[in-house]
Write a protein that binds this ligand. Structure first.
Ligand SMILES: [Fe+2]
Ligand SMILES: [Fe+2]
Length: 324
Protein backbone atom coordinates (compact mmCIF):
# COMPACT_ATOMS: atom_id res chain seq x y z
CA UNK A 1 0.00 0.00 0.00
CA UNK A 2 1.32 3.45 -0.74
CA UNK A 3 0.28 7.02 -0.17
CA UNK A 4 0.92 7.69 -3.89
CA UNK A 5 -2.67 8.38 -4.83
CA UNK A 6 -3.14 10.76 -1.96
CA UNK A 7 0.12 12.53 -2.77
CA UNK A 8 -1.07 12.98 -6.36
CA UNK A 9 -4.15 14.89 -5.30
CA UNK A 10 -3.66 18.45 -6.54
CA UNK A 11 -4.56 21.56 -4.58
CA UNK A 12 -7.96 22.78 -5.74
CA UNK A 13 -9.14 19.25 -6.65
CA UNK A 14 -12.68 18.45 -5.48
CA UNK A 15 -13.00 15.36 -3.33
CA UNK A 16 -16.13 13.39 -2.67
CA UNK A 17 -15.28 10.07 -1.10
CA UNK A 18 -15.41 7.65 1.82
CA UNK A 19 -12.82 7.80 4.56
CA UNK A 20 -12.27 6.18 7.94
CA UNK A 21 -11.78 8.53 10.86
CA UNK A 22 -8.46 7.54 12.41
CA UNK A 23 -8.45 10.54 14.73
CA UNK A 24 -10.81 13.41 15.38
CA UNK A 25 -9.98 16.39 17.52
CA UNK A 26 -11.80 19.62 18.27
CA UNK A 27 -9.64 22.74 18.37
CA UNK A 28 -10.21 26.38 19.02
CA UNK A 29 -9.02 29.34 16.96
CA UNK A 30 -9.83 32.72 18.51
CA UNK A 31 -13.01 31.34 20.04
CA UNK A 32 -14.11 29.52 16.91
CA UNK A 33 -14.32 25.74 17.19
CA UNK A 34 -13.10 23.58 14.34
CA UNK A 35 -12.37 19.89 13.75
CA UNK A 36 -9.10 18.33 12.68
CA UNK A 37 -9.20 14.79 11.29
CA UNK A 38 -6.72 12.10 10.43
CA UNK A 39 -8.50 10.30 7.63
CA UNK A 40 -7.64 6.94 6.13
CA UNK A 41 -8.55 4.96 3.03
CA UNK A 42 -6.93 2.06 1.16
CA UNK A 43 -4.68 4.55 -0.67
CA UNK A 44 -3.21 6.15 2.42
CA UNK A 45 -3.86 8.87 4.98
CA UNK A 46 -4.69 12.54 4.74
CA UNK A 47 -5.47 15.38 7.11
CA UNK A 48 -8.87 17.04 6.99
CA UNK A 49 -10.20 20.23 8.56
CA UNK A 50 -13.82 21.22 9.10
CA UNK A 51 -14.76 24.80 10.00
CA UNK A 52 -18.58 24.50 9.95
CA UNK A 53 -20.73 26.25 12.58
CA UNK A 54 -21.80 22.83 13.89
CA UNK A 55 -18.22 21.62 14.51
CA UNK A 56 -18.71 21.30 18.26
CA UNK A 57 -21.97 19.35 17.89
CA UNK A 58 -20.47 17.03 15.33
CA UNK A 59 -17.43 16.37 17.50
CA UNK A 60 -19.74 14.55 19.95
CA UNK A 61 -21.38 12.48 17.24
CA UNK A 62 -18.29 11.04 15.55
CA UNK A 63 -15.40 8.96 16.83
CA UNK A 64 -12.40 6.97 15.66
CA UNK A 65 -13.24 4.09 13.36
CA UNK A 66 -16.42 5.72 11.99
CA UNK A 67 -16.70 5.71 8.23
CA UNK A 68 -17.75 9.04 6.75
CA UNK A 69 -18.63 10.34 3.34
CA UNK A 70 -17.27 13.82 2.82
CA UNK A 71 -17.04 16.48 0.18
CA UNK A 72 -14.40 19.14 0.15
CA UNK A 73 -11.43 20.65 -1.63
CA UNK A 74 -7.76 19.66 -1.50
CA UNK A 75 -5.44 22.35 -0.19
CA UNK A 76 -1.84 22.65 0.91
CA UNK A 77 -1.10 22.94 4.60
CA UNK A 78 2.53 23.43 5.58
CA UNK A 79 3.65 21.42 2.56
CA UNK A 80 1.24 18.54 3.27
CA UNK A 81 -1.91 17.69 1.35
CA UNK A 82 -5.03 18.49 3.32
CA UNK A 83 -8.78 18.41 2.70
CA UNK A 84 -10.86 21.45 3.54
CA UNK A 85 -14.06 19.60 4.38
CA UNK A 86 -17.27 21.36 3.36
CA UNK A 87 -19.69 18.72 4.63
CA UNK A 88 -19.61 15.18 5.92
CA UNK A 89 -21.98 12.54 7.17
CA UNK A 90 -21.89 8.98 8.42
CA UNK A 91 -21.64 6.48 5.54
CA UNK A 92 -24.50 4.03 5.19
CA UNK A 93 -23.87 0.28 5.40
CA UNK A 94 -24.56 -0.01 1.66
CA UNK A 95 -21.90 2.56 0.84
CA UNK A 96 -19.16 0.98 2.94
CA UNK A 97 -16.71 -1.09 0.90
CA UNK A 98 -13.83 -2.27 3.07
CA UNK A 99 -11.59 -2.86 0.05
CA UNK A 100 -11.66 0.89 -0.58
CA UNK A 101 -11.07 1.80 3.04
CA UNK A 102 -8.47 -0.60 4.36
CA UNK A 103 -4.88 -1.24 3.29
CA UNK A 104 -4.63 -3.81 0.50
CA UNK A 105 -2.10 -6.59 -0.04
CA UNK A 106 0.28 -7.00 -2.95
CA UNK A 107 -1.46 -9.88 -4.75
CA UNK A 108 -4.88 -10.43 -6.29
CA UNK A 109 -7.15 -12.30 -3.89
CA UNK A 110 -8.23 -14.86 -6.54
CA UNK A 111 -4.63 -15.89 -7.11
CA UNK A 112 -4.12 -16.39 -3.38
CA UNK A 113 -7.30 -18.46 -3.11
CA UNK A 114 -6.16 -20.67 -6.00
CA UNK A 115 -2.82 -21.24 -4.25
CA UNK A 116 -4.66 -22.07 -1.02
CA UNK A 117 -6.84 -24.70 -2.73
CA UNK A 118 -3.75 -26.17 -4.42
CA UNK A 119 -2.10 -26.55 -1.02
CA UNK A 120 -5.24 -28.14 0.44
CA UNK A 121 -5.41 -30.59 -2.49
CA UNK A 122 -1.77 -31.58 -1.96
CA UNK A 123 -2.68 -33.29 1.34
CA UNK A 124 -3.28 -36.95 0.50
CA UNK A 125 -3.97 -38.41 3.95
CA UNK A 126 -7.65 -39.41 4.09
CA UNK A 127 -8.39 -37.92 7.52
CA UNK A 128 -6.31 -34.77 7.21
CA UNK A 129 -7.75 -34.17 3.74
CA UNK A 130 -11.28 -34.56 5.12
CA UNK A 131 -10.46 -32.16 7.96
CA UNK A 132 -9.14 -29.48 5.60
CA UNK A 133 -12.20 -29.85 3.42
CA UNK A 134 -14.49 -29.54 6.43
CA UNK A 135 -12.77 -26.37 7.66
CA UNK A 136 -12.03 -24.63 4.36
CA UNK A 137 -15.55 -24.53 3.00
CA UNK A 138 -16.22 -21.96 0.28
CA UNK A 139 -17.89 -19.68 2.82
CA UNK A 140 -14.94 -19.91 5.19
CA UNK A 141 -12.40 -19.32 2.39
CA UNK A 142 -14.36 -16.23 1.34
CA UNK A 143 -13.76 -14.80 4.81
CA UNK A 144 -10.28 -16.23 5.43
CA UNK A 145 -8.97 -14.78 2.16
CA UNK A 146 -9.93 -11.19 2.99
CA UNK A 147 -8.68 -11.11 6.59
CA UNK A 148 -5.47 -9.43 7.77
CA UNK A 149 -2.89 -11.48 9.66
CA UNK A 150 -2.75 -8.96 12.50
CA UNK A 151 -4.10 -5.69 13.76
CA UNK A 152 -0.69 -4.02 13.57
CA UNK A 153 2.82 -5.22 12.72
CA UNK A 154 3.05 -7.98 10.07
CA UNK A 155 0.25 -8.62 7.60
CA UNK A 156 -2.03 -5.80 8.81
CA UNK A 157 -3.75 -5.47 5.43
CA UNK A 158 -6.60 -7.19 3.62
CA UNK A 159 -5.54 -10.70 2.43
CA UNK A 160 -2.64 -10.61 4.92
CA UNK A 161 -3.81 -13.81 6.63
CA UNK A 162 -3.95 -15.99 3.53
CA UNK A 163 -0.63 -14.55 2.30
CA UNK A 164 1.00 -15.37 5.63
CA UNK A 165 -0.55 -18.86 5.65
CA UNK A 166 0.74 -19.58 2.13
CA UNK A 167 4.26 -18.42 2.95
CA UNK A 168 4.29 -20.51 6.14
CA UNK A 169 3.04 -23.52 4.10
CA UNK A 170 5.80 -23.00 1.55
CA UNK A 171 8.52 -22.64 4.19
CA UNK A 172 7.22 -25.82 5.89
CA UNK A 173 7.14 -27.66 2.57
CA UNK A 174 10.82 -26.88 1.97
CA UNK A 175 11.92 -27.43 5.59
CA UNK A 176 10.16 -30.81 5.82
CA UNK A 177 12.49 -32.23 3.15
CA UNK A 178 15.50 -31.70 5.42
CA UNK A 179 14.18 -34.03 8.13
CA UNK A 180 13.59 -37.68 7.16
CA UNK A 181 10.91 -38.37 9.80
CA UNK A 182 8.85 -35.27 9.04
CA UNK A 183 5.29 -36.16 7.99
CA UNK A 184 4.50 -33.69 5.25
CA UNK A 185 0.71 -34.10 5.22
CA UNK A 186 0.49 -33.50 8.94
CA UNK A 187 2.80 -30.47 8.75
CA UNK A 188 0.92 -29.05 5.78
CA UNK A 189 -2.43 -29.45 7.57
CA UNK A 190 -0.97 -27.66 10.59
CA UNK A 191 0.47 -24.87 8.43
CA UNK A 192 -2.87 -24.26 6.72
CA UNK A 193 -4.87 -24.43 9.95
CA UNK A 194 -2.52 -22.75 12.43
CA UNK A 195 -4.02 -19.25 12.29
CA UNK A 196 -7.64 -19.91 11.29
CA UNK A 197 -8.71 -18.58 14.70
CA UNK A 198 -7.73 -15.10 13.48
CA UNK A 199 -10.97 -14.94 11.53
CA UNK A 200 -12.70 -14.79 14.92
CA UNK A 201 -9.95 -12.95 16.76
CA UNK A 202 -9.85 -9.91 14.48
CA UNK A 203 -12.75 -7.68 13.65
CA UNK A 204 -12.87 -5.71 10.42
CA UNK A 205 -14.56 -2.35 10.74
CA UNK A 206 -13.25 1.08 9.77
CA UNK A 207 -9.91 -0.48 10.61
CA UNK A 208 -8.68 -3.71 12.15
CA UNK A 209 -9.38 -4.38 15.78
CA UNK A 210 -9.73 -7.34 18.13
CA UNK A 211 -13.15 -8.86 18.73
CA UNK A 212 -14.38 -9.62 22.24
CA UNK A 213 -13.64 -13.34 21.72
CA UNK A 214 -10.28 -12.34 20.25
CA UNK A 215 -9.28 -10.46 23.38
CA UNK A 216 -10.77 -12.96 25.82
CA UNK A 217 -9.85 -16.23 24.13
CA UNK A 218 -7.27 -15.50 21.39
CA UNK A 219 -6.70 -17.07 17.98
CA UNK A 220 -4.79 -20.11 19.20
CA UNK A 221 -7.66 -21.44 21.32
CA UNK A 222 -10.34 -20.20 18.91
CA UNK A 223 -8.60 -22.08 16.08
CA UNK A 224 -8.22 -25.23 18.19
CA UNK A 225 -11.94 -25.15 19.05
CA UNK A 226 -12.90 -24.83 15.38
CA UNK A 227 -10.62 -27.72 14.40
CA UNK A 228 -11.79 -29.93 17.31
CA UNK A 229 -15.41 -29.39 16.23
CA UNK A 230 -14.61 -30.31 12.63
CA UNK A 231 -12.77 -33.46 13.77
CA UNK A 232 -15.78 -34.60 15.80
CA UNK A 233 -17.83 -34.68 12.59
CA UNK A 234 -15.37 -36.95 10.75
CA UNK A 235 -16.11 -40.64 11.44
CA UNK A 236 -13.24 -42.69 12.92
CA UNK A 237 -10.77 -39.78 12.96
CA UNK A 238 -7.78 -41.34 14.76
CA UNK A 239 -7.50 -40.03 18.31
CA UNK A 240 -3.74 -39.51 18.34
CA UNK A 241 -3.80 -37.83 14.96
CA UNK A 242 -6.44 -35.44 16.34
CA UNK A 243 -4.14 -34.68 19.28
CA UNK A 244 -1.21 -34.08 16.94
CA UNK A 245 -3.16 -31.66 14.73
CA UNK A 246 -4.37 -29.76 17.79
CA UNK A 247 -0.82 -29.78 19.14
CA UNK A 248 0.38 -28.05 15.96
CA UNK A 249 -2.15 -25.28 16.47
CA UNK A 250 -1.71 -24.74 20.19
CA UNK A 251 2.11 -24.90 20.15
CA UNK A 252 2.73 -22.71 17.10
CA UNK A 253 3.78 -19.65 19.12
CA UNK A 254 6.52 -21.82 20.58
CA UNK A 255 6.61 -20.56 24.16
CA UNK A 256 4.08 -20.15 26.93
CA UNK A 257 5.00 -16.49 27.31
CA UNK A 258 4.10 -15.97 23.63
CA UNK A 259 0.63 -17.48 24.16
CA UNK A 260 1.13 -21.18 23.47
CA UNK A 261 -0.22 -23.39 26.29
CA UNK A 262 2.21 -26.16 25.33
CA UNK A 263 5.58 -26.00 23.61
CA UNK A 264 6.39 -27.88 20.35
CA UNK A 265 6.87 -31.60 21.05
CA UNK A 266 7.01 -33.05 17.52
CA UNK A 267 9.22 -32.47 14.49
CA UNK A 268 6.28 -30.95 12.63
CA UNK A 269 5.38 -28.61 15.51
CA UNK A 270 9.00 -27.46 15.75
CA UNK A 271 9.13 -26.66 12.03
CA UNK A 272 5.72 -24.94 12.06
CA UNK A 273 6.66 -22.74 14.99
CA UNK A 274 9.88 -21.59 13.35
CA UNK A 275 8.21 -21.13 9.95
CA UNK A 276 5.57 -18.97 11.61
CA UNK A 277 8.20 -16.88 13.41
CA UNK A 278 10.34 -16.62 10.30
CA UNK A 279 7.50 -15.29 8.22
CA UNK A 280 5.92 -13.10 10.88
CA UNK A 281 9.14 -11.33 11.76
CA UNK A 282 10.57 -11.10 8.26
CA UNK A 283 7.30 -9.85 6.80
CA UNK A 284 7.25 -7.22 9.55
CA UNK A 285 10.73 -6.03 8.56
CA UNK A 286 9.76 -6.19 4.86
CA UNK A 287 6.77 -3.97 5.63
CA UNK A 288 8.99 -1.42 7.38
CA UNK A 289 11.40 -1.39 4.43
CA UNK A 290 8.58 -0.74 1.96
CA UNK A 291 6.93 1.87 4.12
CA UNK A 292 10.04 3.82 5.05
CA UNK A 293 12.30 3.40 2.01
CA UNK A 294 10.73 6.32 0.08
CA UNK A 295 11.81 8.72 2.85
CA UNK A 296 15.42 8.14 1.69
CA UNK A 297 16.95 7.54 5.13
CA UNK A 298 19.67 5.05 5.98
CA UNK A 299 17.77 3.50 8.91
CA UNK A 300 14.08 3.23 9.83
CA UNK A 301 12.49 4.86 12.86
CA UNK A 302 13.03 2.83 16.04
CA UNK A 303 10.89 -0.33 15.84
CA UNK A 304 9.57 -0.90 19.36
CA UNK A 305 8.36 -4.47 18.87
CA UNK A 306 11.86 -5.53 17.73
CA UNK A 307 13.82 -3.08 19.89
CA UNK A 308 16.02 -1.96 16.97
CA UNK A 309 16.36 0.19 13.85
CA UNK A 310 16.09 -1.47 10.44
CA UNK A 311 18.73 -0.79 7.80
CA UNK A 312 17.07 0.58 4.67
CA UNK A 313 19.79 1.50 2.21
CA UNK A 314 20.29 -0.83 -0.70
CA UNK A 315 16.79 -2.33 -1.03
CA UNK A 316 14.71 -2.33 -4.13
CA UNK A 317 11.01 -3.27 -4.11
CA UNK A 318 10.03 -6.78 -2.95
CA UNK A 319 9.96 -9.78 -5.26
CA UNK A 320 6.94 -11.96 -5.89
CA UNK A 321 7.11 -14.90 -3.51
CA UNK A 322 3.56 -16.26 -3.69
CA UNK A 323 3.43 -19.99 -4.31
CA UNK A 324 3.05 -20.85 -7.98
FE1 LIG B 1 -0.55 -17.33 15.39
FE1 LIG C 1 0.93 -17.45 11.98
Amino acid sequence: MSDEHIKNIRPGERIEDLFVIRRIEMRDYEGRKYLVFNLGCSRGKIRGVYWGEDAEDLSHQFAENDVIKLCGVATDYRGERNIKIEAFRRATDDEIDITKLLPAGRYPREKLVESLYRRIDSVEDEYLGALLEAVFTDDFVEKFSIYPAAKLWHGAYLTGLVEHTLRVAKICDIACDFYPDCRKDLLMAGALLHDIGKVEEIKIGGFFDYSVAGRLVGHIVLGAIRVARAIEEIPDFPQNLAAEVLHLIVSHHGRQEFGSPVEPKTIEAMILHHADMLDGQTEGVQHIVQRELPAGREFSDFVKILGRYIYLDGYRSGEDFVDE
